[in-house]
Design a binder for this molecule. Sequence first.
Ligand code: PMP
Length: 337
Amino acid sequence: MKIRGLVKSFEPYRVLEGNYKIWLDKNENPFDLPPEIKEEIFEELRKTPFNRYPHITAMPLREAIAEFYGLNPENVAVGNGGDELLSYLTRLFKGDYIVTTPPTFGMYYFYAKLNEIPVVEVPLDESFTINGDMIAEKAKKASIVFITSPNNPTGNTQPREEILKVLDTGVTVVLDEAYAEFSGKSCIDLLDKYENLIILRTFSKAFSLAGARAGYLLADEEIINAFYRIKSPFSLNSLTMITAKVMLNHYDVVMERVNYIIKERERIYKKFKDYAYPSEANFLLMRLDAYEFLLEKGIVVRKLGGQLKEHIRVTIGKREENDELINALKEFLEGDY
Ligand code: PMP
């Protein structure tokens, strides 16, 4: 078989499957859509021709997102989840390498490797903060710099003044704000001033649509145009487009749930302050090697590796799920495992 050596070096993306009770491993929203919103989506879907291709760039959704943020549809691109958008962004710009700020989201590395683009790492400091000056030093030859705020898996946001230091170099910055709704912080207002800023967002977290697969980019028109030169046509299907559009009209419900999740996050954080890092996302990073222990109790969390080995990342669930997590972690600590 003539499979490329590079491809042979990849492992398929794996997630744990099975009959576990509580899933706190993928930073999903614990709440499905309320039945009345589902009905509204079904009504829209009934009117949708399934035999026709969707709009080639999903313009109706781009328009709805643009209206939501007070931008133009020409400043918005949508795709099949944030991951798809990342795969194109990686290939869009000139430069010798991509800059990342580990520990951070693994997909930046995945797409860099797949496209045979070197990665230069400028690690976060001990409080998981970026160093804008150090990134700026690497900016000249970089195709893009990925900054994640709030960062996955650490949960903290990045200081605006550090982000500005990087933007001021003129390098293309992909600011991944997948969890921004949980922090109340964003750099969307900087889009007016910085043509080199690309903001990535997703419907998977705050909007409860991880199953629908929709993400979007907010950026300068020239970048969006370049993006659509290389993007596979029709990749955002009509069913998802309609679903995401309906959810944009229910931002009150989205934020009600976001606030619930924030309250729960703080409740758990307070109980495990000695082990948990402060978070502005829908998950907590904990310095606890409790993955196997929790799994035995039917609670699935994310096991981390590298410099964060012996840490877990715990998605905030519903109150009763969090109660079970809290009890299990207390037991873990008392048992001194
Ligand atoms: N960026 C970050 C930092 C993420 O954690 C995720 C989801 N795990 C994504 C982007 C992409 O999410 P999705 O493909 O579901 O839109």
